[in-house]
Design a protein around this ligand. Structure first.
Ligand SMILES: [Zn+2]
Length: 310
């Protein structure tokens, strides 16, 4: 090939170089973001904690969205919380994430925590089945804690952005077979997948088909899970507060208790997620429950929260 022929490829080569540079910038940006997020995205305090979209300030959802399979870029309506003419605080629904790793304190957690507290159990772990069984034996609602692609290290078998519909369905079937007592599900990690409408649609449709509901753990402020559930006519639940973020000190606990005030007058229960896998976290959660009860708040279970959001 002569010089003249080669020179015809120069613009193409330049274009490829530009595309490559842009891609690597994007990648290094997201890598940097991952580091900033810290190693556990579940303990990230999403800014969504302050978003209370009340029903009276929003128009009804465009009915064309309902049941539509092509959901690409249609704007989603945020779930409109109901504001009551009351200064009372709503009930509180607590979910404890990440059961399944440890069998040691399982029975104690199930026994000592009030039955309203839901147990979110990870599939494919040594104590997955046992955690589900013991939790339901003590009357706790069980959630499938679905591993999803996030920004950090993730479970081997998790739902990814590039999973096919068949792969997702097979995974969910398998997870549900391990936790047949589950009443619903929430996401483990999943900052990335909960922003993905196509994948979340497959997950939400599968859950609904099995009479299960989804609680968005809200690890990403860009999660579409709750508004997508709302737009498809499913119960639309989202975590309001992470109790053990940024840490489990008494000061943090006190801050979380005073932060409950901003939910005054809301009809939907306040959904709190925490982790509870050692004595200290158990005793923290117990003091939190004692304290809110002494302030006149009531615990409710996640199924009641679902019925209100349905
Ligand atoms: Zn988790």
């Amino acid at each position: 090939m002569g010089m003249k022929n080669l020179s015809r490829f120069i613009p193409l080569v330049l274009l490829l170089m530009l595309v490559f540079t842009l891609c690597s910038c994007d990648k290094s940006f997201s890598q940097k973001e991952n580091i900033n997020r810290g190693k556990s995205e579940e303990t990230e305090l999403a800014s969504s904690e302050s978003s209370l979209n009340y029903r009276d300030s929003l128009t009804d959802l465009n009915s064309e969205n309902n049941g539509s399979k092509t959901i690409a870029n249609v704007p989603l309506t945020p779930y409109p919380y109901t504001k009551l003419n009351s200064s009372e605080l709503p009930d509180v629904a607590i979910i404890v994430d990440d059961f399944g790793y440890n069998g040691k304190l399982l029975e104690r957690f199930a026994q000592e925590l009030p039955a309203e507290v839901a147990f979110a159990v990870l599939p494919n772990l040594p104590y997955t089945r046992k955690a589900g069984e013991i939790a339901s034996q003590y009357g706790h609602p069980v959630l499938i804690h679905i591993p999803m692609e996030g920004t950090g290290v993730q479970e081997k078998q998790c739902i990814k952005n590039n999973s096919s519909a068949d792969e997702i369905t097979a995974l969910l079937d398998d997870f549900y077979a391990q936790l047949p007592m589950a009443v619903g599900a929430n996401n483990h990690q999943g900052s990335s997948v909960t922003e993905n409408r196509e994948i979340m649609t497959i997950i939400l449709d599968w859950l609904s088909k099995h009479n299960l509901f989804f609680v968005d753990s809200a690890t990403s402020k860009n999660s579409v899970a709750q508004s997508l559930a709302y737009s498809r006519g499913y119960p639309a639940l989202k975590r309001d507060i992470f109790l053990d973020v940024p840490d489990d000190t008494e000061q943090t606990l006190a801050n979380k208790i005073s932060s409950l005030n901003k939910y005054q007058g809301r009809k939907e229960p306040i959904i709190i997620i925490t982790h509870c896998h050692n004595e200290k976290k158990l005793s923290n959660l117990q003091s939190f429950i004692r304290e809110i009860r002494s302030q006149g708040l009531h615990l409710t279970n996640i199924i009641n929260a679902k019925n209100i959001a349905a």
